[in-house]
Design a protein around this ligand. Sequence first.
Ligand code: FES
Length: 102
Amino acid sequence: MQWIQVCKEEELAEGQFKIVEKDDGDELLVARAEGELLAVVNECSHDRRGFDGGCIEAGLLVCPRHGARFCLRTGKALTPPAYVDIDTFVVKVEQGMILVEA
Ligand code: FES
């Protein structure tokens, strides 16, 4: 498995996320939510644009445009107007650095 460096562990605070780009141009969103490091594709299944400007509330990713909420653990679309789940990715920490599956 290939990994992408996200940032140092201490640079990602609770309730925050960072976006990284894969070699193929797709983007991943890596978040710290309720103490866990979690990653999903940075593309809302409602209109296929990124979550930049969105936020994390009660451990859920909230889309900035129409407010759909996604489970960061499972990628499940929990509220309209998104009905299709999004992909999740493995995250790990090595030597203080957060890495996400590429
Ligand atoms: S683009 Fe995400 S809810 Fe509409």
